[in-house]
Write a protein that binds this ligand. Structure first.
Ligand SMILES: CC(C)(COP(=O)(O)OP(=O)(O)OC[C@H]1O[C@@H](n2cnc3c(N)ncnc32)[C@H](O)[C@@H]1OP(=O)(O)O)[C@@H](O)C(=O)NCCC(=O)NCCS
Length: 189
């Protein structure tokens, strides 16, 4: 139970749990990805993916934990964990920025799961000392843009392509980071 970060009931009463993704989740994640609607696939991957291969899923799930933070939300079915949503951020080379993405299974959208995941990603990114979070979003993805706006992300043109916008916001430093910065500046004086 220690590794469960959050546990709550969905609108229909199902218990949901949030924890870090593990490489061993790959087979179940593959099943869940292959159940996604074409719209959800396109909104997350910006492409029409017909079938997620083992390799593609491994690349998504088996990440370097120093640079990437990957969360999964699961429900239980006869004691078995079924992934229903996920979120990640990838740290950029400069060590101050990160890029996030979210994916909620179709039947679970619009129930606050994306908001929970994004807030959990923001907390962890702040804890790691990252200062800015951004994400690439299809310009027509109203739910994602509404979610981003409600969490005070700015929406700007993306360099990626015409149909894509970037959502971005500064991350607040944690109390510990403010204290560390204070100590460092006091030490330098
Ligand atoms: C976009 C996505 C991540 C949002 O997650 P979600 O769990 O469905 O959203 P939430 O229930 O947390 O909603 C958060 C806010 O988004 C907005 N929102 C959610 N669904 C919406 C919809 N269908 N239409 C308009 N706004 C919507 C609302 O402002 C909502 O705030 P509220 O709770 O005050 O009403 C999710 O729908 C998804 O995974 N879609 C497919 C993949 C994708 O688009 N990924 C984003 C690329 S990074």
């Amino acid at each position: 139970m220690k590794e469960i970060l959050q546990r709550w009931r969905a609108i229909d009463g199902t218990w949901l749990e949030m924890r870090r993704m593990r490489p061993s989740d790959a087979p179940k994640v593959k099943e869940s990805l292959n159940r996604l609607s074409p719209d959800a696939r396109r909104s997350r991957f910006f492409a029409s993916i017909a079938e997620f291969s083992d390799d593609a899923v491994r690349r998504l799930v088996d990440v370097d934990p120093r640079n990437e933070y990957l969360l999964v939300v699961t429900r239980r079915d006869n004691g078995m964990e079924i992934p229903i949503a996920g979120g990640r951020f990838v740290q950029q080379n400069d060590g101050t920025d990160c890029t996030f993405s979210l994916l909620i299974g179709d039947p679970w959208q619009g129930q606050g799961i994306g908001r929970r995941l994004l807030k959990a990603l923001m907390r962890e990114a702040s804890r790691r000392g990252l200062r800015r979070m951004c994400g690439q979003v299809l310009a027509g993805n109203r739910p994602m843009l509404a979610l981003a706006r409600s969490l005070r992300f700015a929406i700007v043109d993306s360099e990626q392509d015409a149909g894509v916008v970037e959502v971005q916001r500064q991350l607040a430093a944690t109390a510990w980071q403010r204290w560390r910065a204070f100590l460092q500046s006091a030490w330098r004086r």
